[in-house]
Design a protein around this ligand. Structure first.
Ligand SMILES: [Zn+2]
Length: 292
């Protein structure tokens, strides 16, 4: 009985999310990069299409102001399209996935993108979770309600595991529980990857810094959602942030730091493949995708 019940609960949890951000089916994609000696692959799961209706981006600001920011960067004023992308990291003896997308129940194509990168789910040794929202942990459960990555250790910060079990994706928790291993915020997770505490979006929201030699890549999680609005107006509150003030503070602080240090980033909600740099632009910032 446990499996069908878990499946139903998972569907209900996702339905609530779909109201504000309906995932769209996207074509599988796998784009390889290097960080020093480490191969990383940007993987696509889905797309999120969000109405510019004052409910999600720029809460408390007229939608015309949000539209003006989007149009100034050559984007449609409505709706706002977000990527839902993950990262594969190949380390000695490990196949690491960072986040898992919406999952097969919500038409996510991550497993097919992984296949395009030559990886089967049972080859994944570790899944690093930035936070416990459905578009990041839904894919930990397969279409039959079983663990999608049966041999992997699921790693996330201790406060995030707490919050996941009480949040919108709580139905995932019993399925993955035996595979979960938590870490203290900011801890080194494994050789070459260190967690970065980015609280506000969720209590234990973590970025991950992948380092090899003198190069590094910071996976920013949901510190910013729209490559345009979140960077042009980092202080604007966003519906997705659990603690909207702390989320905005973390976003402002991190963007300033990323621009000042010219830190290469991966942002899973930016246009695919989501790798590039944050640069200063007017009073705010802009995303400079890496040229390939
Ligand atoms: Zn997200």
């Amino acid at each position: 009985m446990i499996r069908p019940l878990a499946s139903l609960a998972l569907g209900a949890a996702f339905a609530a999310v779909a109201v504000s951000a309906a995932p769209r089916v996207a074509a599988p994609a796998a784009t390889p990069f290097r960080v020093g000696a480490v191969e990383v692959v940007s993987l696509r799961d889905a797309k999120n299409v969000v109405a510019n209706d004052g409910q999600t981006f720029g809460i408390g600001h007229p939608t015309a102001d949000v539209a003006a920011v989007l149009r100034a960067r050559g984007a449609p004023a409505d709706p706002i399209t977000l990527g839902v992308d993950q990262l594969l990291v190949r380390l000695p003896g490990r196949v690491v996935l960072i986040d898992s997308g919406f999952g097969a129940k919500m038409n996510g194509v991550l497993v097919r993108s992984l296949a395009a990168a030559g990886v089967t789910p049972d080859q994944v040794t570790d899944v690093l979770i930035t936070h416990g929202h459905p578009d990041h942990v839904g894919g930990l459960v397969d279409a039959n309600g079983k663990p999608a990555f049966p041999r992997a250790t699921m790693r996330m910060s201790a406060p995030e595991w707490q919050s996941l079990q009480q949040g919108r994706a709580a139905a995932v928790a019993p399925v993955i529980k035996a595979q979960v291993k938590t870490f203290a915020p900011g801890a080194q997770v494994m050789p070459g990857i260190t967690a970065v505490a980015l609280p506000g979006h969720t209590p234990g929201h973590s970025g991950y810094r992948i380092s090899s030699g003198k190069q590094s890549l910071l996976v920013i999680g949901d510190t910013a959602h729209s490559a345009i609005v979140s960077l042009a107006e980092p202080a604007w509150r966003i519906q997705y942030d659990g603690d909207k003030q702390q989320g905005a503070r973390t976003r402002e602080r991190e963007l300033a730091q990323l621009a000042a240090t010219h830190q290469r980033i991966f942002a899973g909600h930016f246009p695919y493949p989501g790798i590039g740099y944050v640069v200063r632009s007017g009073a705010g910032y802009a995303f400079q995708p890496e040229q390939r």
